[in-house]
Design a protein around this ligand. Sequence first.
Ligand SMILES: [Zn+2]
Length: 490
Amino acid sequence: MAAPQTELASQLPPKDTSDGEAFSRWYVTAIRRSELADYFEPVGGTMVIRPYGFSLWENMQAGLDQRFKATGHKNAYFPLFVPESFLKREAKHVEGFAPEVAWVTHAGGEELAERLAIRPTSETIFGHFYSKWIQSWRDLPLLINQWANIVRWEKRTSFFLRTTEFLWQEGHTAHRTAEEAQEETMRMLGVYADFAETECAMPVVRGRKTDAERFAGAEATYSIEALMPDGKALQSGTSHFLGQNFARAFDITFLDQDGQRNLVWTTSWGMSTRILGGTLMTHGDDAGLILPPRVAPTQLIVVPIPTRTDEDASRVSEAVARMLKELAAAGIRAEADWSDKRPGWKFNEWELKGVPVRLEVGPRDLQQDQVTLVRRDTRAKEQIGLASAAERVGVLLGEVQQALFDRAVAFRDANTHTADDWATFKQIMQEQRGFISAYWCGSAECETRIKDETRATIRVIPEDADAGGPGLCVLDGRPAKARALFAQSY
Ligand SMILES: [Zn+2]
């Protein structure tokens, strides 16, 4: 049953980030009440992305897609079903994915001769086609992206962050040399970082994963990591240098300029609806969501203030119509709420939904040829002349976008600690969480022990990890070349 309208916002629990369960309650309730998404109970771990949530995803998709095309990639669509024999061709790949795969064993009323995986990722299908399509060095590089849904069976689920079926994009590229493939891997990591920071106002750290956290079948995995308000890291995009592992498994060879037949070098990279969840967690408050203007489905909501006289009513509706026209002409996504609910209720609802700026049009303001603008993040109000309002909104949206990013950077910086001894490391992880920069000797044993004792994993070895010179491992004191970045994670 739907909640009574007046209780909509008041039923939202506060955004209490000190306690994981309370924070999760805020997150789930805000998503449901704002009509972004809902769970599909008959199939545990799956969800529906409602129109408001899907508009948000479409804006994110557009920001990513435009960046992929600007870096020379083309979109295509590959089959959903992956034959078991394909997955088995790369030994580490199948071993890594086997526990999460959903299999189709029956179809058309018969048992299939070979069971089919519902794609958990598509390296093998791309490999199959690339071996047919790539013949000579002239066919390289081959740069293809696909937008698709993925199935990985999950026992613990959370909206957008972890669901059995999710939406993503996966890029798969093939190159003539190892250097070119490595460059591509880093280029796309950079694209992800730029997207997260510019569009989602979410600061990220980038770096290389340890062997234990590497993608199954990759030579090296890189990721961008964002720090959530509860002090846990969210892996928000990954880029893999696959070496020649998949080229060997699928026989992807080409005739090089010197007449030699060589294996190609491949990469893959993916970003999912998880980035949407991260954006929601990063920016909301006790009143609900705060959406970064660049990706918000509605950037500005116009709330007409009720009037006593017909003359005032027509003046308000004329001003609203004029504003909507000018905002549309300025490329601003705006709409008016003409429902018969009270203004106070409308304010709460649109705040809950995270619309970055509200425009109030009332008879008293209009007597002075003014309207009122209220920004969602600080709730600061300003009166502005009707004639210059659209222009001011454009500037204000940019200011909100920047303020959200600055606030997230300040939070991230205040919650990034340095620990040079084990007692300090443990204390920080217990009492404050956040990122810890600490020397690590490179041994898997230390990595495992640190995880067992503090639940913190190495999120990345940052690009500038060796800037401070060598040091001593925070756990066992052995020599360490560089610092790693530790955190508990989603
Ligand atoms: Zn160590």
